[in-house]
Design a protein around this ligand. Structure first.
Ligand SMILES: Cc1cc2nc3c(=O)[nH]c(=O)nc-3n(C[C@H](O)[C@H](O)[C@H](O)COP(=O)(O)O)c2cc1C
Length: 212
């Protein structure tokens, strides 16, 4: 499955088969989170694997009683180590980069789960203090999202997604692009030609340099 297929295929799944997930797969998912981009490459995140049925129930309760979560074979609680980013980036780090870094890691994990034929769901609704207590998250860290993972027992349809014309602008905000598919398709073709030509020149240069 290539990246585009994976992005297309990912859906929020909230019903899971009553079978465990191989820890090897959980390892791969966590690794995908580890490799996400982060401001200044701080990587100021922590991933808590919640497997224990009692703990999963307590997490589900902290997530505003979204009890379907307790039936997910694995929950991953993503935490921001907030102090690190505020030390380097002040208020911007604390208010923005913490969230952005963890979100990048979370999306990587959702896509990795999809690539491994697993269902997953990003959960952002929780009572922060309650979740921190359940997972022993110290004051210097903050839970950002919980990811539920397991083999899917449902196949949700793609929910309505807005068309690209509504959100893609050219040069200035709200400057919409008419006939976006045709416009971008056309541009891509001409750019591709230029890229291929440049690559050809570079390759020739490399070969020449090797000979010398
Ligand atoms: C920031 C954020 C918070 C979310 N919180 C929840 C949540 O608390 N519970 C839930 O069931 N789904 C939650 N979701 C999943 C969304 O409902 C879901 O992504 C959206 O309906 C689109 O469906 P899709 O993921 O299949 O494209 C959240 C997603 C995001 C990005």
């Amino acid at each position: 499955m290539d990246a585009f297929e994976c992005i297309q295929k990912r859906r929020s799944v909230r019903r899971f088969l009553d079978v465990p997930v191989e820890m090897e797969k959980i390892g791969k998912i966590l690794n995908a989170g580890r490799l996400a981009p982060s401001a200044g490459n701080l990587q100021n995140w922590g991933f808590i694997i919640v497997n224990d049925p009692g703990n999963k129930k307590a997490v589900a309760e902290a997530c505003l009683r979204q009890m379907w979560m307790s039936a997910a074979p694995v929950l991953i609680v993503v935490c921001a180590q907030s102090e690190k980013s505020s030390k380097f980036y002040g208020l911007r780090g604390e208010r923005l980069y913490n969230i952005q870094n963890c979100s990048a890691a979370a999306e990587n994990m959702l896509l990795a789960a999809t690539a491994l034929d697993l269902g997953s769901c990003w959960v952002g609704a929780f009572e922060e203090d309650m979740l921190s207590t359940v997972c022993g998250i110290p004051a210097e860290a903050r839970p950002q999202m919980v990811i539920a993972i397991g083999y899917a027992a449902e196949k949700p349809n793609m929910p309505t997604k807005h068309i690209l014309e509504k959100m893609a602008f050219l040069e200035k905000y709200n400057n919409r692009i008419k006939d976006i598919d045709i416009t971008l398709g056309y541009t891509s073709k001409s750019v591709r030609k230029a890229v291929d030509k440049t690559k050809e020149i570079i390759e020739k240069m490399h070969k020449k340099l090797k000979k010398e």
